[in-house]
Design a protein around this ligand. Structure first.
Ligand code: GDP
Length: 531
């Protein structure tokens, strides 16, 4: 039996760590702002939106964000609500997302999927949902913009079930939508919450009313009739909430609301806190490690350089998975076997840092100048454990980079190596090729822009980029067969990743599918799960 520490257990019990997944413009920023309004926000200087536009002013590598008007880096927002400590992992909102987004999801215990009622499920939501499904991360759905004319709420439920192959279980139901949106019916209690004031900057208080009292309220009769009929139908024929299926990623509870007018956001927050899981034991080489144990353990899910130009340093973002973290703690780094004193541990919020004295499972720590830490590395105290490695996803952009100035070649190579270690890009090599240039690859095009920008600003080397005609990578497992016998199309190519695993590059999904059908005994995977 593993020892349980009571303080740690208590803190674990009240921790909720999640990320929001959505397509740009669905309302992620607005929802985040409103959630922070309810929580006595601990570390937010200025509003989230303000941060979107102001942040770039203080950092030169974030100059790129300013130029492109987007957010490249992700941070964590922490707030307290009703005794809970909530960590919201902020992921880049731009459509040109990167592996950072994927890796950040691995650090979340739960995801909130924001869907625009009018637009339904869009491309990026679909991609991010796939990552959650792969990691079996439970997903709670928030259908946003109910105040705007959109689709029928029932249609949205069907779309989620069809596209994602999961059950949905509505936790509340809108009374009217678009112009006639007046409130929400809570499914478990069958009571209505009505909203009277449209003021998104305030905590909107709902009036709670019994369903049989709704006739006397100012609700368009057709909207009321439709809602009550649907609620009755759902109560009879809808999926009941099933905690186990939700935690296994097979069922998603659904909430409706309008982040902009702030209608239903607090109801959603309460529902979220009731349903979302506390940190659980994460898989490792010695099996799942109970978070409540006294000995600290965590892993690095993101490395970012030069958040602050005054420091010119790197920050490793660590997710605490077990035990209590304390400042100045001496930890073991099992990959190298070294012991390291964690001197500079911070709570990181964009540019702002604050020294962190203690942290518990679910919390995120920024370790400054992490030295030998690589992505996916575990650090711990007590008996060594190593958490499961971070998955590597199929890139969609491939290019070679050249440094035209031969006198800067050394800096160029050093910079590239560092960026590779940070996980800013993936690198493939083709031993058979005439030119031995490494192939750089990224999930988002922007990642390659960031790499070029950083090589220029941090290593003072300009680069020339040559795009390659590939769109898809598949990790190849020939089983007992010979990798050289795998039949590829003439436009495809076999290369090796940075861990020497064979990878096939294809110009299209179609060609990847065709190659799979030509080589039925070979496994072609979109994701590589271990290093
Ligand atoms: P993000 O790209 O997902 O972060 O989306 P934003 O939060 O920036 O929202 C995109 C746009 O949708 C903005 O103009 C918001 O004001 C608007 N918006 C967000 N939530 C709602 C909502 O509930 N109702 C309406 N009508 N508009 C909304």
């Amino acid at each position: 039996m593993t020892e349980i520490d009571r303080t740690v257990a208590r803190e674990v019990q009240r921790r909720r760590t999640f990320a929001i997944i959505s397509h740009p413009d669905a309302g992620k920023t607005t929802l985040t702002e409103k959630l922070l309004l309810f929580g006595g926000c601990i570390e937010v200087a200025g509003s989230v939106r303000g941060r979107k536009s102001q942040r770039a002013a203080t950092s030169d590598w974030l100059e790129l964000e300013k130029q492109r008007g987007i957010s490249v880096s992700s941070t964590v927002l922490t707030f307290e609500y009703d005794g809970f400590r909530v960590n919201l992992l902020d992921t880049p909102g731009h459509h040109d997302f990167s592996e950072d987004t994927y890796r950040t999801l691995t650090a979340a215990d739960c995801a909130v999927m924001v869907i625009d009622l009018a637009k339904g499920i869009e491309a990026q939501t679909e991609k991010l949902f796939k990552v959650c499904a792969l990691r079996k991360i439970p997903v709670i759905t928030f259908v946003n913009k109910v105040d705007r004319p959109g689709r029928q709420p029932l249609e949205i439920l069907e779309e989620i079930e069809e596209k994602f192959g999961i059950e949905v279980s509505p936790r509340n139901w809108p009374i009217g939508f678009g112009q006639s949106f007046r409130g929400l019916i809570d499914m478990p209690t069958q009571q209505a919450s009505l909203f009277d004031v449209r003021d998104g900057s305030q905590r909107v208080q709902a009036r709670v009313v019994d369903l049989d009292q709704l006739d006397g309220e100012n609700i368009p009769p057709a909207a009321l009739t439709q809602s009550l009929e649907e609620v009755e139908l759902l109560a009879e024929a809808g999926e009941a909430f099933d905690r186990e299926r939700f935690l296994a990623g097979d069922q998603s509870p659904v909430f409706f609301g309008s982040a902009l007018t702030n209608w239903g956001v607090e109801l959603f927050l309460r529902g979220f806190l009731e349903l979302s899981p506390k940190p659980i034991g994460r898989p490792s080489n010695v099996g799942p490690v109970p978070p409540e144990r006294p000995d600290f353990a965590g892993y690095v899910f993101k490395i970012q350089a030069n958040l602050d130009p005054r420091h010119r340093d790197r920050v490793a973002f660590l997710r605490v998975c077990a035990g209590k973290f304390e400042r100045e703690m001496e930890v073991l780094h099992p990959r190298t076997g070294k012991r390291i004193r964690l001197k500079r541990a911070h709570r990181v919020f964009g540019q702002d840092r604050e020294t962190m004295d203690e942290a518990f499972p679910g919390d995120i720590i920024g370790l400054v100048n992490p030295g030998e830490f690589h992505l996916g590395d575990t650090i711990c105290i007590g008996d060594p454990v190593m958490y499961e490695g971070l998955p590597q996803f199929s890139p969609e952009f491939f290019a070679t980079l050249r440094c035209p100035d031969t006198s800067r070649r050394k800096q160029f190579e050093r910079g590239l190596q560092q960026l590779l270690e940070e996980g800013a890009i993936q690198v493939f090599t083709d031993s058979g090729a005439a030119r031995k240039e490494p192939i750089l690859a990224a999930v988002g095009e922007l990642q390659l822009d960031v790499v070029r920008f950083r090589l220029e600003s941090e290593y003072n080397t300009s680069t020339e980029i040559r795009w390659l005609p590939y769109k898809v990578a598949r990790w190849v497992d020939a089983g007992d067969g010979d990798i050289n016998d795998v039949r590829l199309t003439s436009r495809s190519r076999m290369v090796r990743d940075q861990y020497d695993n064979p990878v096939a590059l294809f110009p299209s999904d179609w060609e990847a599918g065709y190659t799979q059908s030509e080589n039925p005994d070979v496994q072609f995977s979109e994701v590589r799960l271990d290093t």
